[in-house]
Structures are given as C-alpha cells and as structure tokens.
Design a binder for this molecule. Structure first.
Ligand SMILES: Cc1cc2nc3c(=O)[nH]c(=O)nc-3n(C[C@H](O)[C@H](O)[C@H](O)COP(=O)(O)O)c2cc1C
Length: 348
C-alpha cells in the first residue's frame, strides 16, 4: 500500500484499514449498501443520521432500528446522531452502547452539518455551528458517555453557516478540546446546501489547526480528486458521499489507483452491466430482507437511477426502472439494460 495517499488510520482506539470512508447518506448508507462499500474498500462507513431524541423515546429501538442496525462483520462503523440537547445525546449514546448488538459499533459520530430546514429550525445539524457553546457541550456530554464504553466520538461539520459566518476552524478547535477523536469537514456552508463547489481551503485550515485526524469531504469523485484533496489540504482521510451512490466501485477504483505507482490505474474501471448487475441485486435483496419487497423496491428505484447513470440513451431504461413494482420487474429492466448495452458496444 502506498504510504502517500492510502494508509491505515487510527481514530481513538479504533484502527482503520485505510483512510477512505463512505459518508453518512440519508436514504442510502444503510445495512443494504454499507457492507458492499466496505467490501469494495471503504475503511469506515457511517449510518444515516438518527435522532438522539428519537432514540431516547424509542424503548425497544423499534422505530429507529432500520437506521441503526448493522452487521458486526461490516465494522468499523460509526453510528451518527443528530439533535440539540446534550442530555438527549448522553441518554441515546448510553442506550445504544448498552445494547448487545448496537453497543458493538466502533464509534459515535455527531451531525453538525445537516442543512435541511426542519432540522436547522430545531437548532440541530448545521444550526449547531451557530451555537458553538452548545455544540461543545454536546460533544463533551457525548465524549463522557461514550468514553465510559471506550468508544470514540467524532464530529462532522461544514465550513460554516454562510459566507459571512465561516467558523469551521473555531469549531474544530472547540471540538478537539471537548474530546472529539476525529473530524470530518464538508467544505460548503449551510446556505450552499449541496450546490456549487466545495471549498477545500477551509479543510486545509482546519487540518492545520487541530491534532486529531481530519477527513476532507466534498466533491471527491476520482483518484485525481482524492490525491488533490490530500495534497492541497494535508487531510488524513477522504470521505466520499454522492460519488458512491450507485457506484460502490468508487472504493475499489480509489484503493487500486491510490495504492499504485502506475498512473494507468487512474483510468475509470469501465464496468459492464455483467459486473454491475450482481451487485445491484445483492443491494436489492438486502433491502428486501430489511424492509420487505414493496418498500425495498420503492427505495431501490431511486438507487437504480444512480446505478444506471451513464447508460447511453438511458432515459427509457431509467423511466422503466422508476415504474418497476416488484423484484422481478427490476430484474427484467436490468436484463434489458444488459442487452441494450451489448448492442451499443457492437455498434460503437
Ligand atoms: C442525499 C444525501 C443525504 C445525506 N445524508 C447525510 C446524513 O445523514 N448525515 C450527514 O452528516 N451528512 C449527510 N449528507 C452529506 C454527505 O455526507 C456529504 O457531506 C456531502 O454529500 C458532501 O460530500 P460529497 O460531495 O462527497 O457528496 C447527505 C448528502 C446527501 C446528498
């Protein structure tokens, strides 16, 4: 393994095989998808965001199980919580870590970056960047509770609230003082949501300001972008979000290319439907195990749009994928996709 761009990391007492992570992605980073990314090379994965208060009021974890559940074999994994009350975080973390399965998670991640209106109106997610004292209390309370179980706490931040309130460096220092074991910095402000380009310079500023591992996040979608992120910012880890949707192979592409001396390894892997379909079906079947066929198929339709993106003249296939109502209908769409791609290859 090249030591320049791909290397093991340590977060608190947790050793990670490498410095690549699958970002928390609501609607995507669940038990059906994370293990696939892990197998393709993600050194760490993170659950979808889960409400700390919701966990406090969910005596048997019934309502939140689908967000929290993981397979011990997919570790290292972080469970991500959001909220605005330090007491909720303490209570939720204690309940999670006392649970026989959930307590085997590797670490707890605190969401301080979610831009969604409903969340920030409640003072949660990215709104915590506007209340740094409260953010620090939440981190302290979480670190104290998780620490009693020997679990590290990490924090995911944005650049700031908006261009007039860029305070990631200040908050990162507060997070480190409050006991955070690692940070992720998404180089956009809350006002930007997911638009525009991520500002990587702020990520470099945070990295220079703290002594704990920092993951850079925002717009990493290729080996060249990954290398550029490390060169420009000096970050320890790379967290990949949207580029992994419908594309868990991004992790094998990155591990192969970043670990190789040969620049040819940067070439995109050129996957065919024959490579992709078994993985898509594995994803679908895991979703069916989790949610039952009808919900799983509805959820999978959104993922299929990502899996099918880049298909030459793929609008018709995508339209049919969006209308599929059962596993067998998805199977039929994928088979037609395979045939269509074969024909396209013959003619091009
Ligand atoms: C659909 C979607 C869902 C997301 N869900 C979460 C989440 O649950 N928790 C979180 O911290 N960030 C969440 N994010 C933000 C990503 O983790 C990541 O910070 C962001 O997409 C930027 O990285 P990227 O350019 O690699 O996608 C979400 C982003 C998207 C697009």
């Amino acid at each position: 393994m090249s030591t320049l761009f791909l290397y093991p990391l340590r977060i608190g007492n947790v050793r990670l095989d490498n410095n690549l992570a699958l970002a928390p992605l609501a609607g995507t980073s669940n038990l059906a998808f994370r293990p696939i990314c892990r197998r393709f090379g993600a050194g760490l994965t993170v659950t979808e965001l889960v409400s700390a208060r919701g966990v406090c009021h969910d005596p048997d974890f019934h309502r939140n199980w689908r967000y929290l559940v993981f397979d011990p074999a997919e570790r290292p994994i972080a469970i991500q919580l959001f909220g605005s009350d330090p007491k909720d975080f303490s209570h939720a973390i204690r309940r999670i870590l006392e649970h026989p399965l959930l307590g085997r998670c590797s670490m707890i991640d605190l969401n301080m970056g979610c831009p969604v209106n409903k969340i920030v109106k409640a003072g949660e997610g990215a709104a915590l960047m506007r209340t740094p004292d409260l953010a620090a209390w939440i981190i302290e309370a979480s670190v104290k509770t998780a620490g009693a179980f020997n679990k590290p706490v990490t924090v995911k931040l944005r650049k700031g609230w908006d261009d007039d309130h860029v305070n990631a460096v200040y908050l990162a220092r507060r997070a480190e003082s409050a006991g955070a074991a690692a940070l992720t910095i998404h180089g956009r402000t809350r006002s930007q949501f997911y638009g525009g380009q991520a500002d990587w310079s702020i990520i470099g500023e945070v990295k220079a300001a703290v002594n704990i591992p920092v993951y850079g996040n925002g717009d990493i979608n290729s080996p060249s972008a990954a290398r550029r992120m490390i060169r420009e910012t000096g970050v320890d880890g790379l967290m990949i979000g949207r580029a992994a949707r419908g594309n868990p192979w991004i992790f094998s592409w990155l591990t192969n290319a970043l670990g190789a001396e040969d620049p040819k390894a940067d070439a995109a892997p050129g996957l065919t439907p024959d490579d992709k379909i078994p993985v898509i079906l594995e994803h679908l079947d895991s979703l069916i195990d989790l949610r039952g066929e009808s919900t799983a198929v509805r959820e999978m339709r959104k993922q299929l749009i990502f899996y099918l993106s880049g298909t030459p003249r793929g609008a018709e296939i995508k339209r049919r994928a969006m209308a599929a109502g059962s596993r067998s209908e998805i199977l039929a769409v994928l088979e037609d996709w395979r045939i269509k791609c074969e024909k396209h290859c013959e003619h091009s």
